[in-house]
Ligand binder design. Structure first.
Ligand code: SF4
Ligand code: SF4
Length: 249
């Protein structure tokens, strides 16, 4: 026992001080895309042609971060003239249309439903549903339970039973085989309930969009309250979105 205590003292506190203090990500991290609206159309077209996700609208000069996998090809190929990816990990949005952006994402806290803040601001239990995800979204969600992020300190936990949950956190493109299981899980959560689409797969189908083996858009089968883009979303993106959506006014 003394050894355990000694070990704890030697190691100190490993938990991040975020959100009290800002946190710096590795410089190669790709967060909110910053688009130059004055970029010549030929360069935007060049970026759109190389985008594997068809996420770039040439006419509007926007990027749909609900489709984007943050592969970075458009930034490299366009030499940063059309888009540069910032280190801002605040990618979450309450409305699907807000994800089609030039980089000016609206304040998530202001767009979140006030009744959810009242109901779940102090205690939120989520049931994770992997609807055919590749396991990266799931792994990066798991990371939130490590001592560094320590999600529980915010009163947010993942629970095993949908009966004990306030909502579902869905990852993956929703294969047809998983669709019924997902709907059953959703039905099993008592109302009022929250639906979170995490990762471009559950928002738009991600790399699987267009496949007839997936639903691809969670919102087409159940109403989504919170979108968390990424492929996978960085744990900080998820944490930021949860704190903004449920706790900040
Ligand atoms: S970073 Fe996004 S928008 Fe750019 S090429 Fe990749 S998927 Fe397309
Ligand atoms: S969004 Fe990307 S990381 Fe997440 S399940 Fe889909 S392919 Fe995998």
């Amino acid at each position: 026992m003394l050894k355990v205590i000694q070990n704890r003292i030697e190691q100190g506190c490993k938990t991040s001080s975020y959100p009290k203090e800002p946190i710096n990500l590795y410089h190669r991290y790709r967060g909110v895309p910053i688009v130059d609206p004055d970029c010549p159309t030929e360069i935007v077209q060049q970026c759109a042609d190389i985008c594997p996700q068809e996420a770039i609208d040439v006419e509007a000069k926007t990027i749909d971060i609900g489709k984007c996998t943050f592969c970075g090809h458009c930034e490299v190929d366009g030499e940063g003239k059309f888009v540069r990816f910032s280190e801002d990990f605040g990618l979450g949005a309450a409305n699907r249309e807000d994800l089609i952006t030039q980089g000016n994402l609206p304040d998530l806290a202001a767009h979140a439903k006030q009744e959810f803040k009242k109901l779940f601001g102090r205690s939120l239990q989520l049931r994770q549903v992997s609807a055919a995800g590749c396991n990266s979204c799931e792994a990066d969600t798991n990371v939130l339970n490590t001592p560094f992020f320590d999600l529980s300190r915010f009163g947010i936990d993942f629970v095993a039973s949908p009966r004990h949950a306030d909502g579902i956190h869905v990852t993956g493109p929703i294969s047809l085989n998983m669709k019924q299981a997902l709907l059953d899980t959703y039905d099993a959560v008592p109302s009022p309930k929250i639906v979170i689409a995490s990762g471009c797969c559950s928002i738009s189908g991600g790399p699987f969009y267009g496949s007839d083996a997936v639903v691809g858009d969670l919102n087409s089968i159940i109403p989504v309250d919170l979108y968390i883009p990424g492929c996978p979303p960085h744990p900080l993106t998820t944490l930021h979105a949860l704190l903004k959506f449920f706790k900040e006014n």
